[in-house]
Design a protein around this ligand. Structure first.
Ligand code: BTN
Length: 316
């Protein structure tokens, strides 16, 4: 087992563990234990060090239970990593040779990516960072709606599991009280007109609220008040997502557009949309059956398509 994982697992009982005991247990020197603790801290885990007592982590988050996830989602192929560059990048590699859907999950990413070239930051073993990959995806429907569907599925699953009040924000963010809870990065590999693999990356802030400079972010723990079992939540989400993707392949986004509009954080609000240098300001009128957003500008409806678009509320 990876030493970071092993140390986190040991410390997650919330008790003090002396450097000497850890060193013996792991078969390493005390200075190696020191550097392992530093490595966890570099990944955002706060460990207290008290002379004469040792090390303690009081965060209350636990490692993902990969056996449980694998068993519950079988026959899905699961790839679990303590720390990797980006689950989307790894899924892309595996999809080249896979003929089954797969799930890549990480406790930490060194190069997590968001939409519009942004980074996705997240502390070690506190949040959900994963990619669901589908090889040879062949939906006849536009992918625009599919990425909206992922955000909607997240909203429905966290609201049903935890009784929170999450909402979608076009195209595929998830918010609680206007603060970002989760983001979705859908990519494809191959030819959109022919055979391609679908890469659905999700970052969900569960037990830690990352510090991000330029926007308000939140986590489920902040809203719910206590640490959440990430493995259960992941299983519930992937299970629901698989079902929704099947329905999407049969009926397209039209079966979901009504629900999406119901859960839209900005429906009927004054919004500003920026797309390729152009800025539109108007009233958000919700999405149509293909997932295209309608904005009412001076009495006329303007259609906004997904992709590299940003939307924010305008407060007057
Ligand atoms: C966004 O809101 O900008 C999308 C964020 C998507 C982040 C997730 S974390 C797991 C997966 N791997 C990545 O590198 N990105 C996605």
């Amino acid at each position: 087992m990876d030493k970071d994982l092993k140390l986190f697992e040991l410390l997650s009982d919330g008790e003090f563990h002396s450097g000497e005991v850890i060193a013996k247990l792991f078969g390493v020197t005390r200075s190696r234990v020191w550097s392992l603790v530093n490595s966890l801290e570099e990944k955002g885990v706060i460990v207290s060090r008290v002379r004469g007592k040792g090390y303690r982590y009081r965060g209350g988050s636990f490692l993902l239970d990969s056996n449980h996830i694998e068993q519950k989602l079988s026959p899905l192929a699961l790839y679990y990593f303590p720390s990797i560059t980006s689950t989307n990048d790894i899924a892309r590699e595996y999809l080249k040779t896979s003929d089954q859907p797969l799930l890549v999950v990480a406790e930490h990413q060194t190069g997590g990516r968001g939409r519009r070239g942004r980074q996705w930051a997240s502390c070690y073993a506190h949040n959900l960072l994963f990619t669901y990959g589908v090889p040879r995806f062949s939906a006849m429907q536009g992918l625009e709606g599919l990425s909206l569907l992922v955000g909607l599925t997240l909203v429905d699953v966290v609201n049903a599991s935890l009784g929170v009040d999450a909402k979608v924000k076009w195209p595929n963010d998830v918010l609680i009280n206007g603060a970002k809870l989760a983001g979705v990065l859908v990519e494809i590999q191959g030819d959109i007109g022919g055979d391609y693999s679908l890469i659905i990356g999700v970052g969900l802030n569960v037990n830690e609220t990352p510090s991000v400079d330029d926007r308000e972010v939140t986590s489920l723990m902040k809203k719910y008040g206590r640490a959440i079992n990430r493995s259960e939540l992941l299983v519930a989400f992937v299970d629901e997502l698989r079902r929704n993707i099947n329905l999407f392949c049969l009926e397209g986004f039209s079966s979901f557009s009504g629900r999406w509009n119901e859960m839209d954080a900005y429906r009927g609000c004054q919004v500003q949309v920026e797309q390729g240098g152009e800025i539109l300001v108007g009233l958000s009128r919700g999405v149509n059956a293909n997932g295209v957003l309608d904005i009412e500008v001076e009495g006329e409806l303007r259609s906004v398509h997904g992709g590299e678009v940003s939307l924010r509320a305008v407060y007057e």
